[in-house]
Write a protein that binds this ligand. Structure first.
Ligand SMILES: *Cc1c(COP(=O)(O)O)cnc(C)c1O
Length: 399
């Protein structure tokens, strides 16, 4: 799909979000090759873990092969077991929902709020109070009869979830908090890094994330025992340093030293990337803020977003085009955009999971479109996107 536009000549293709390598990536990867330390043991794995722990302000960090495996193991060490339930944002990339299922547990999907599009705290409070019964320190879902063990807020599109009310609910109902910070590395909530608020957090370094290792992930936590258990589970649960003895089923979820070398170099660039992403978002907001039928993603007063994936919401009737029609329209001009994820409660893959008071996520799914926002996006390219968007409006009334 994108290749056709790329090769069509006349108008150069503007991709949605591609990685940027302009720091120490080459030299660190070369060091791996020169020394032969390319696999899952090596100094860059240790360095990357230490740098991530420092960045998040967590006592420990454990590298993993991707963000999905980080979530899986984070849930395991947080005590999520077969037939337990975990409350998960319904408006998310599918990884956290799948990770819950890998544990044999079930997600309970929670709606998004309409302002910042993150997990709705009022609906969460209502579910815990009215949808569950709480006695003897045990929270039971009245509908399914299953035990609710954890909350899994997903900080989507680079913007933090409202964590204080969530943490208050977690304390009241004795629930573990597993943050999915995959899309929000570098963001802060009330001045503190996203990923440092819950009991444990997962990050992703997939190719489209704000920094990338090709593929990779990280678990961060202040809980030493959980971190040790995470390291153990991600390295095949080997019980003896010498002998190949295993007392549990483990996983091969290790990150290679080659990937970690990329990670160390990319993390050095993170502050700069966040600053660039925020500038791109600001330019979009200034240029598109007055367009009828179009709303730019907003930043909460308590948040510093990374604007990882800059997204707009369309009112199709006013704008004169649906989000999917606009996607096609921009694609024809060599501009790549993408829709949000099908909400988890609509996903066939999640049949059997419960959803609580849906509504907002469905609308956001229908109305939203993410715009080109690579760190390397030039002003000329962004101007082309803006011009194309303004030209697509029905009446051009306010612009
Ligand atoms: C990218 C992402 C992940 C992890 O994805 P991996 O490709 O496994 O690294 C998890 N959750 C969310 C919300 C994501 O966007």
């Amino acid at each position: 799909m994108t290749l056709v536009s790329e090769q069509s000549g006349a108008t150069p293709f503007i991709p949605l979000c591609v990685p940027e390598f302009r720091g120490n990536e080459w030299s660190y990867v070369k060091a791996c090759l020169d020394t032969g330390w390319v696999s899952s043991v090596g100094s860059y794995v240790d360095r990357f873990e230490a740098a991530m722990a420092a960045r998040i302000g967590a006592r420990r960090a454990v590298a993993t092969v991707n963000g999905t495996s980080a979530l899986h193991v984070a849930l395991r060490v947080a005590g999520v077991e077969t037939d337990d339930e975990v409350v998960v944002s319904t408006l998310t990339f599918i990884a956290p929902a799948n990770a819950v299922r890998y544990c044999g547990a079930w997600p309970v999907f929670m709606d998004a709020e309409p302002k910042f599009w993150q997990m709705d705290m009022a609906k969460l409070a209502a579910f815990l109070a009215e949808g569950c019964s709480f006695s003897g320190g045990v929270l039971r879902n009245r509908t399914t009869g299953r035990l609710v063990k954890a909350l899994l807020p997903v900080h989507i599109l680079g913007h933090p979830v409202d964590m204080d009310p969530l943490l208050e609910l977690a304390r009241r109902y004795q629930l573990a908090v597993v943050e999915d910070a995959s899309e929000a590395l570098g963001a802060t909530y009330k001045g503190r890094p996203v990923g440092s608020h819950g009991d444990i957090a997962a990050f992703s370094f997939n190719g489209n994330k704000i920094i990338t290792t090709g593929g990779g992930g990280m678990i961060t936590t202040n809980n030493e025992a959980w971190a040790n258990k995470a390291k153990y589970l991600t390295t095949q649960a080997k019980d003896d340093p010498l002998e190949y003895c295993h007392h549990e089923i483990g996983y091969n979820y290790r990150l290679t030293n080659l990937a970690a070398a990329l990670g160390v170099a990319q993390l050095e660039e993170l502050d700069e990337y966040v600053a660039v992403k925020r500038r791109i978002a600001q330019r979009y907001i200034e240029a598109l803020g007055e367009v009828s039928g179009l709303t730019c993603m907003a930043e909460a007063p308590w948040a510093e977003s990374t604007s990882w994936m800059f997204t707009v919401r369309l009112d199709a009737a006013v704008f004169g085009m649906s989000s999917r029609a606009l996607l096609q329209h921009l694609q024809q001009q060599g501009i790549q955009t993408r829709p949000l994820w099908e909400p988890m409660h609509l996903s066939k893959s999640q049949t059997g999971a419960m959803a609580w008071q849906m509504g907002v996520a469905d609308e956001l799914y229908a109305d939203c479109l993410s715009l080109p926002c690579s760190v390397g996006l030039t002003e000329v390219q962004q101007e082309r996107v803006i011009t194309a968007l303004r030209a697509a409006t029905k009446t051009d009334r306010k612009v």
